[in-house]
Design a protein around this ligand. Structure first.
Ligand SMILES: [Zn+2]
Length: 415
C-alpha cells in the first residue's frame, strides 16, 4: 500500500462518517409526530407539545449547520496539509520530541476548541435561552472554557508525556507499560472524578434536613446505601434541565442529584430516581464499565504500538519522517470506524443497564413513582418522545421514555 492510498482511506472514512451521521439525523426527523402519544396526555398539553416540536426543529437546523461546518474545516485542513504545517512549526519550536508532541496536540486542541466556541455560544445563549432552559451566565460560560482547557492540559499533558516517554524507552513492550499506566489513571479518574474534578465546575452539598432527607434515608436503609454518599449539586447554575447520576468506585462512590431534579419532582419520585441510581451501584455497572474501558484501552494500545512508527501513516498526512504525534493522529482517524462499532456495543449495554436499574427501583414498589418522575423530567426538558429506532440503536445511551415506561409497567403488572 502507498501513503497516497492511506490518505484516500482517511478521506473516505471522514466522508462516509459525515454522510452516515446526516442520514441518521434526517431519519430521526421523519419520526417527528404531530400527535401527542396517549401515554403522556396527562402531563403534556397541545401548546407544550408544539413547543417540543419547535425545539426539535431549532436543534436539527443548528446541528446540520454545525456538522457541515466542522466537516468542511476538517476536510480542507487535511487536504491543504494542515497537520504537516503544524508539525513543521513544532519541530522548529523545540528539539525535544516529547515537547514537540505536546505542543502539537496543544495547537490542534486549542484550534478546534476555538472553532467550536461560536457554536457553543449560539446553542447556549440563543437556542437554550429561547426555550427557557439556559441559566448559564456569560461569566460562567467563559470560566467553563478556561477551566476545561486547564484541566485538559494539566491532566492530559502529563499523561501523554509519560506515555511518550515510555514509547521512547520501552521498545516492543511499549503497549504493556502504557496500558498499565493508563489503567491506573482510568481507575483513579473513575474513583475521584466527583471529588476532584467536578468541584471545579459545580458545588455539591449533603442533603439538607427535612422531609426529603427523611424519605431518602428511609430508602437508603432499606437498600443498604450510605446516606453520606448522596449529594445535591447546583445544576441550576447552567440549565433548568433535571438530572441525577451515580459515579465512582468503592469508598469514593457517590450519587449526585441535581437541585433542578429536587425542584421539579415530588418526594416519592425523587426516592424512585435515587433507587434507580442505587440500582446502578448494586448491579456494579460502573465497575464493569471501567473494566471494559481498561480492556478496550489495552487492545487499542497494542494495535497502536504496532503502527505508530509507520512511515505509511505519517506520509499519508504529508509528514516524511514518522513521529509519535502524527502517528497518533493518523491512527485516531483510521480507528474511528472501529470505535463506531465499539460505541454501538457500549450503547446497547448501557440501555440494558438502564432497564436493569429501573427494574431494581421497581423491586421496591417504586415503579409508578419512577414512571411519573421520568415523565416530568422528559416533558420539562422537551425530550424527543418518538426517536427513530435506528437512531436509538446507534446513539441512545438510555432507552426512549415510552419504552422505559412500558418495561416498568410489565414488571409491575407481573407481581
Ligand atoms: Zn440510569
Amino acid at each position: 500500500m502507498t501513503s497516497q492510498t492511506m490518505y484516500y482511506i482517511i478521506l473516505a472514512i471522514l466522508v462516509v462518517q459525515f454522510v452516515f451521521d446526516q442520514w441518521m439525523e434526517w431519519l430521526n426527523k421523519t419520526r417527528w409526530q404531530a400527535n401527542l402519544p396517549a401515554e403522556l396526555e396527562d402531563i403534556y398539553d397541545a401548546e407544550k407539545y408544539s413547543k417540543q416540536h419547535e425545539y426539535r426543529k431549532a436543534n436539527y437546523g443548528f446541528g446540520v449547520l454545525s456538522d457541515v461546518f466542522s466537516f468542511v474545516v476538517m476536510i480542507v485542513f487535511l487536504m491543504a496539509g494542515g497537520f504537516a504545517l503544524v508539525n513543521g512549526w513544532v519541530m522548529n519550536w523545540s528539539d525535544n520530541s516529547i515537547v514537540q508532541s505536546l505542543l502539537f496536540f496543544a495547537v490542534i486542541g486549542f484550534g478546534s476548541s476555538i472553532i467550536g466556541i461560536p457554536f457553543s455560544i449560539y446553542g447556549t445563549f440563543v437556542i437554550e435561552e429561547r426555550f427557557g432552559f439556559n441559566k448559564t451566565t456569560p461569566k460562567t460560560f467563559v470560566l467553563d472554557i478556561f477551566k476545561s482547557m486547564l484541566v485538559t492540559a494539566l491532566i492530559g499533558g502529563p499523561l501523554l508525556a509519560v506515555i511518550m516517554w515510555i514509547y521512547s524507552v520501552a521498545g516492543l513492550y511499549f503497549w504493556l507499560y502504557a496500558w498499565m499506566v493508563s489503567s491506573v489513571f482510568m481507575i483513579f479518574m473513575t474513583m475521584f472524578y466527583t471529588s476532584l474534578i467536578l468541584p471545579l465546575f459545580n458545588k455539591q452539598k449533603p442533603l439538607e434536613d427535612g422531609e426529603l432527607r427523611d424519605a431518602l434515608e428511609a430508602f437508603s436503609k432499606k437498600a443498604g446505601f450510605k446516606l453520606d454518599n448522596i449529594f445535591v449539586m447546583d445544576g441550576s447554575k447552567r440549565s433548568t434541565k433535571a438530572n441525577a447520576f451515580f459515579s465512582g468506585l468503592g469508598a469514593k462512590k457517590r450519587i449526585v442529584l441535581y437541585d433542578t431534579l429536587i425542584n421539579d419532582l415530588q418526594t416519592d419520585e425523587i426516592v424512585a430516581v435515587l433507587a434507580h441510581e442505587v440500582g446502578h451501584y448494586k448491579l456494579k455497572h460502573t465497575l464493569w464499565g471501567t473494566l471494559t474501558g481498561v480492556f478496550q484501552t489495552g487492545v487499542i494500545l497494542f494495535v497502536f504500538g504496532l503502527v505508530v512508527g509507520s512511515p505509511l501513516l505519517s506520509q499519508a498526512l504529508g509528514v516524511e519522517e514518522p513521529n509519535f504525534h502524527i502517528g497518533m493522529l493518523a491512527f485516531g482517524l483510521l480507528y474511528s470506524p472501529v470505535s463506531f462499532v465499539t460505541g454501538i456495543i457500549m450503547s446497547v449495554v448501557s440501555r440494558k443497564n438502564e432497564y436493569a436499574a429501573d427494574a431494581y427501583a421497581a423491586g421496591f414498589q417504586l415503579g409508578d413513582h419512577l414512571i411519573s418522575g421520568l415523565k416530568t423530567i422528559s416533558v420539562n426538558a422537551l425530550s424527543n418522545l418518538t426517536p427513530h429506532p435506528l437512531y436509538v440503536f446507534f446513539h441512545y445511551s438510555h432507552p426512549p421514555l415510552l419504552e422505559r415506561i412500558k418495561a416498568i409497567r410489565n414488571l409491575t403488572s407481573n407481581h
